[in-house]
Write a protein that binds this ligand. Structure first.
Ligand code: NDP
Length: 446
């Protein structure tokens, strides 16, 4: 490993030893940048890596609100404005009980490189709250979102920081957040993406991460295996926004999707997942995936990780971080899985990633494979600035072009600069980092 990289990593470990997810993501990125850093001494001279791994700004705030029982609840809100080197901070908001500073920092760090890969001018940020939306009434969600935005609105803006959705933050939450921003600031601007079409949203944004994941995977299938999705057995973890639209596009492209999951368990339907039923249960009723097994002849496992035991050609993890561990990776390989593309952020842990790569499984890292969501958010920002709405076909075509471009950008770096066409992890990190480092070098020490 490059000695400068080693020093920066050591320093991070000493200072942020308790931030597990942040250290995991930082280590993966820094180690893979080593060959690039070797060739670019100006990075060390200008302290680029030390600056790259420290957020420009961290905002932490109290969110106090009143639930349906007239009780006061207090949550911890976060916005990490990590890097504005190539554009305004951009990245989603996550509402989930597990949210803490380490998770938001890891997501924001990944977001810097992901946004760079899209080729659009967006910096990296992420935010969220340890609020658990499960089982809350619509009114509670609204009051919570209003309380959250009352503080957040002081720190964001269309040219400063443009949040979007993530786990627990979909169209309903974005609507409430946007309404509160508008009410306080008295301005109708594109300060959030993922808005509904009636107030400035973009067609294809809802589908974008899942569709984009499939466009990326298809390009990888064509490039490495001279094949496509037709008749491939696919498993998709999660049944939220990313998973549902990954399933929709994979099925449209001819795949046989046999399993999906939620945080309670997974369903294995040998006849092929009935996506209309999944949408009814998860999108409309906000119910549990178990209900699918109650209405269909299929198998239900009450551990979400059991999904990785199911035989497949392609696995698309679309739920959450570290959902594929070494045991799951071993099962995937033993069952003949030859491709894993990450819809979620960092769903494959370090040991599992190493095992998959060692066993020649083609591995598409999340920061590239799931960049379609933020890319389309960038397109939503463009439409808001232009005061225009593009058609579904126009946006979808731009999304496809961006995903194909991302695949070839990282593949070329892996093949031509690293001499290993399968190392898409390092390819993505280096390809994304180049532009950010160049911008940081140009803008001076800050
Ligand atoms: P959603 O909240 O819409 O869905 C998350 C899904 O994952 C739910 O079905 C949830 O189940 C399930 N889940 C959570 N934990 C587990 C677990 N341990 N095992 C199995 N399933 C689990 O979130 P999104 O679909 O938006 O996000 C999913 C992932 O994709 C996240 O990592 C996110 O950061 C990433 N991502 C999202 C983008 C977007 O545009 N939305 C863009 C890029 C990345 P339950 O219903 O039980 O909670």
């Amino acid at each position: 490993m490059n000695s400068y990289v080693e020093r920066v990593l050591e320093n991070l470990k000493n200072k942020y030893g308790n931030e597990k997810e942040f250290l995991q993501a930082s280590e993966e990125i820094l180690v893979s940048l080593s060959p690039y850093v070797d060739k670019h001494p100006e990075l060390e001279k200008n302290g680029i890596l030390e600056r790259f791994v420290v957020p420009e700004r961290i905002i932490m705030f109290r969110v106090a609100w009143v639930n349906d029982k007239n009780e006061v609840e207090v949550n911890n809100g976060y916005r990490v404005q990590f890097s504005s080197a190539i554009g305004p901070y951009k990245g989603g908001l996550r509402f989930h009980k597990s949210v803490n500073l380490s998770i938001i920092k890891f997501l924001a760090l990944e977001q810097i490189l992901k946004n760079s890969l899209t080729t659009l001018p967006m910096g990296g940020g992420k935010g969220g709250c340890d609020f658990d939306p499960k089982g809350r009434s619509d009114m509670e969600i609204m009051r919570f979102c209003q309380a959250f935005m009352t503080e957040l609105c002081k720190h964001i803006g269309q040219f400063t920081d443009v949040p979007a959705g993530d786990i627990g933050v979909g169209a309903r939450e974005i609507g409430y957040l946007y309404g509160q921003y508008k009410r306080i600031r008295n301005e109708s601007v594109g300060v959030l993406t993922g808005k509904k079409l009636s107030f400035g949203g973009s067609l294809v944004r809802t589908e974008a991460t899942g569709y984009g994941l499939c466009y990326f995977t298809l390009e990888a299938l064509k490039t490495y295996k001279k094949t496509d999705f037709k008749n491939k057995r696919v498993i998709i973890s999660g049944s939220g926004n990313v998973a549902v639209y990954a399933c929709e596009k994979a099925q449209q492209l001819g795949a046989h999707v046999v399993a999906m999951s939620d945080s309670d368990g997974c369903v294995y339907d040998e006849n092929g997942i009935d996506l209309a039923l999944i949408k009814e249960i998860k999108e409309i009723k906000r119910g549990r995936i178990k209900e699918y097994a109650e209405r269909k002849h299929c198998v239900y496992y009450d551990k979400p990780a059991d999904i990785w035991q199911i035989k497949c050609d392609i696995a698309l993890p679309c739920a959450t971080q570290n959902e594929i561990d070494l045991n799951s990776a071993i099962s995937l390989v033993n069952n003949g899985c030859f491709m894993v593309c990450e819809g979620a952020n960092m769903p494959t842990d370090k040991e599992a990633t190493a095992y998959l790569l060692k066993n020649k499984v083609i591995f598409g890292p999340g920061k590239a494979a799931n960049a379609g969501g933020v890319a389309t958010s960038g397109l939503e920002m463009s439409q808001n600035s232009l005061r225009l709405s593009w058609s579904f076909e126009e946006v979808d075509k731009k999304l496809q072009d961006i995903m194909v471009g991302i695949f070839h950008n990282i593949y070329d770096v892996a093949k031509n600069e690293l001499g290993n066409e399968y190392d898409l992890v390092s390819g993505a990190n280096i390809a994304g980092f180049k532009k950010v480092a160049d911008a940081m070098l140009s803008q001076g020490i800050m």
